[in-house]
Design a protein around this ligand. Structure first.
Ligand code: 5GP
Ligand code: MN
Length: 359
């Protein structure tokens, strides 16, 4: 551990102490992660709920879902997943609202109203954030997953990490690191994972549920998306998409599509990847990934989204073609700026690509 790490951990310990004091003083506590929850959002929130419930007596802890949609099918195996309450069905007035795996309030969707009537707010997140809110904001963009922070909070408290908590946290870390394959898979993530396996987490059970339990309908959609992958800019940019019609034809559901960006990013030689999915209401959801040094979060922000340097997302009101025409030149600009040693991302939304030319 170098001195930078030590300072970071001292800061984390100080914030853990403040969050623990907020929990001491609260009775009604809610925990909520971001809209369109992924394995980290769900696993971290459920683990935190269980840590608080068993470490403190007399707390009433509720895990909220930001959206009205149910828990995505692949994550329903998580211990406690059947106890989520939809934020729009929650009528309480919390003493403490703990925001997990996000730090921009609009990403709380329906839970924003609950946040506004909460007496205190704490954030435990790993997304880069320029305007943190709440009484305590523990935001560590260097942490591979929110699950890493929650695991360390458990250790800080001296809480008993049960096999159920360990499975929730292992799922959080394995999914946010892309099965320990992405650039964020650092020694801290491996150390946490090791501690969680010692505490009873089952990596094979989690892999079976998250990576080997796809419905055939989804796999048929994956083959459509795979067959449609295009590379661009000498193979450095790979992209593909799924239309509403593809989903209808194959019978796949929008909440099953999280892994499709991984299919696109697997192209040899590609440096950045884009996957677009047309939503039932006609909007387009975009996933962006960088496989190396490039920071694609600025492109996501330009489209009204956000995320990390290497993994970001956005939602566009335009159709698939128009979104491609906006995003592809922006990605190209990121690569070219890096080639020329510039790190400023050009942000000219007028810059459009004439599809069919140069693709
Ligand atoms: P994904 O592409 O898997 O949906 O998201 C990749 C990362 O970017 C995740 O950490 C996710 O929380 C973040 N992200 C995705 N979409 C948005 C968005 O619209 N706004 C912000 N601020 N972050 C996003
Ligand atoms: Mn996360």
């Amino acid at each position: 551990m170098d001195s930078g790490d030590e300072q970071l951990f001292a800061e984390q310990r100080e914030k853990f102490g403040r969050i623990a004091r907020l929990i001491d003083e609260a009775t009604e506590i809610v925990i909520c992660a971001h809209t369109d929850p992924d394995g980290d959002a769900l696993g971290s929130g459920l683990a935190l709920e269980q840590i608080i419930s068993q470490h403190w007596e007399g707390k009433h802890v509720t895990s909220l879902l930001a959206d009205d949609a149910p828990v995505p099918r692949l994550y329903r195996f998580l211990p406690g997943a059947d106890c989520f309450v939809r934020a729009s069905d929650y009528a309480g007035t919390p003493d403490l609202f703990i925001v997990v795996d996000l730090s921009v309030a609009p990403r709380l969707n329906r839970a924003q109203a609950v946040l506004e009537r909460s007496a205190h707010v704490a954030i435990m997140d790993h997304h880069p954030c320029t305007a943190p809110f709440g009484d305590v904001a523990l935001i560590r963009p260097d942490a591979a997953a929110a699950g890493v922070i929650i695991a360390e909070f458990g250790l800080f408290l001296g809480a008993h990490i049960t096999p159920e908590i360990a499975n929730c946290l292992f799922c959080a870390i394995v999914t946010d690191t892309g099965r320990f394959q992405y650039q964020n898979a650092d020694s801290e993530a491996f150390e946490c994972a090791s501690m969680l396996v010692d505490a009873g987490a089952s990596p094979s059970m989690i892999s079976l549920n998250v990576y080997q339990s796809f419905r055939l309908a989804y796999l048929h959609l994956e083959s459509v998306v795979m067959g449609r992958i295009v590379t661009f800019d000498h193979g450095r940019i790979a992209y593909s998409y799924a239309t509403r019609n593809d989903l209808e034809r194959t019978g796949a559901r929008p909440d099953e599509c999280d892994g499709l960006i991984d299919v696109v990013r697997s192209v040899e030689g590609s440096e950045v990847a884009l996957f677009l999915k047309e939503l039932p209401d006609g909007r387009v959801r975009g996933n962006l990934r960088s496989k190396g040094k490039h920071d694609i979060s600025g492109v996501a922000r330009l489209l009204g989204g956000g995320g990390h340097k290497a993994a970001a997302g956005f939602t566009s009101e335009d159709g698939i073609d128009a979104t491609l025409a906006t995003v592809l030149p922006q990605l190209q600009a990121v690569l070219h700026a890096a080639d020329e040693g510039r790190d400023v991302v050009p942000t000219n939304p007028q810059m459009k690509l004439e599809l069919g030319k140069g693709v």
